[in-house]
Ligand binder design. Structure first.
Ligand SMILES: [Zn+2]
Length: 321
């Protein structure tokens, strides 16, 4: 069976440092969450060979960066994305920022360059996903047949206007019924909880909504912070040398055993929304590929359901078939 990982983040070493620093500021232990000492295409390709993953999808995020305009930042991300697209097995979405110049023309040019979708990250890119100015962006994406993967990251201390809650996602789906939306982290399950995901996303069954499984099962709601911090800061320390090793994997397994959403919840979501609406993702370098693949395999899905989740749905979105 073929496997597509729909949710990866590749970046050069300067981005990698930025990302680590951001995690430190958010009191997230970067040595624990970054499972590889680097996150470039060569590193990922060798992991794919080891773990039998056929394709990985890169999700580039163009953020405000010192010394660069938004347009320059988007361009540098998309130059890298085009470069990645030359490598067998790697597929990059395009970066986009709602504040860039002539955003609608830009979206059309992305389609012409062969991109199938774009990534938006309201928190990292500092915009409100329900703001009026986003309407043109969603419309232009739908018109040009590009899907959008909108991050719904809801870690603590994130200002409410940057949170893409299930309710806001539902609003976008209702207002732009032709827009294909990939909602990562099973709609935001770790931060917004099962009830909200079911109420706003799973029960209504939007025809153009897909959920990705990346980083979806860690219980990260407010009531869990204390315990999570305990594990992060006191029990699970990973030093630079241990990054990516078996010791790291074992410690992450230990963490996952304690702070995980039960398989029964994953199964309930998959069966309610339908396996044809789910795509597999890891959020690499935040998680290990072998562990994430097994997490789906151990659910005991039918082979045809697994095939949809691991490959067919993503292949269709990425126009591989
Ligand atoms: Zn991610």
């Amino acid at each position: 069976m073929k496997i597509i990982d729909f949710h990866c983040h590749l970046y050069d070493s300067s981005d990698y440092e930025t990302y680590r620093n951001w995690m430190l500021r958010a009191m997230i232990n970067p040595n624990f969450w970054l499972t590889s000492p680097s996150a470039d295409g060569d590193t990922l390709k060798s992991i794919m060979e080891e773990t039998g993953v056929d394709y990985c999808v890169n999700l580039p995020v163009a953020t405000h960066t010192k010394g660069l305009s938004i347009d320059q930042r988007v361009k540098s991300k998309n130059d890298y994305a085009l470069e990645l697209n030359q490598t067998t097995g790697l597929i990059s979405l395009a970066a986009l920022h709602p504040e860039q110049d002539k955003v609608e023309d830009h979206i059309k040019s992305l389609r012409d360059q062969g991109f199938t979708g774009v990534k938006l990250h309201p928190y990292f890119q500092k915009f409100d996903p329900s703001a009026d100015k986003l309407k043109n962006v969603y419309q232009a994406l739908a018109r040009n047949g590009l899907f959008v993967l909108i991050d719904n990251f809801g870690w603590r201390n994130i200002p409410a206007e940057y949170q893409t809650t299930p309710q806001i996602q539902a609003r976008i789906l209702m207002d732009f019924p032709d827009l294909v939306v990939i909602s990562p982290h099973l709609g935001g399950l770790p931060w917004y909880g099962k009830e909200a995901v079911f109420q706003y996303l799973v029960e209504p069954k939007y025809k153009n909504l897909y959920l990705d499984t990346s980083n979806a099962y860690i219980r990260a709601r407010t009531k869990d912070w204390e315990a999570i911090e305990y594990i992060f800061n006191l029990q699970i320390q990973i030093d630079d040398k241990q990054c990516g090793t078996d010791i790291h994997k074992e410690k992450m397994d230990l963490f996952c055993r304690r702070f995980i959403i039960p398989d029964s919840v994953m199964l309930e979501i998959i069966h309610k929304i339908g396996p044809e609406k789910i795509v597999f993702g890891t959020d690499w370098p935040a998680f290990f590929h072998d562990r994430e693949v097994n997490r789906i395999k151990r659910l005991g899905l039918k082979p045809e359901e697994e095939d949809l989740i691991f490959y067919q749905n993503a292949a269709r979105l990425l126009k591989l078939t």
